[in-house]
Design a protein around this ligand. Sequence first.
Ligand SMILES: [Zn+2]
Length: 88
Amino acid sequence: MNLIELGENTDAEYDKEHSCAANVYPDCDRLVHCVSQFDQPMDSWQLHNLHFADAEEVALGDAEDVGELTYHSMIVVNFCPFCGEKLK
Ligand SMILES: [Zn+2]
């Protein structure tokens, strides 16, 4: 999922992403810089935790398609929780 698609899912706009080798699940744990949400200006780094359905969840009826976004949470952060870098 790119930053535009993530923004469409959250009604927000992101201009930067922090990536580092210390994050072993970079597709699921995304550190992004938010510049607006619900049309209000914003300046915050956020850790988004995304979960995409696998074949087993589809077989169990918990999701319709493999790769479907089934869980999404977010917290505001000042540092990367993986490598410890201060985000700016
Ligand atoms: Zn990092």
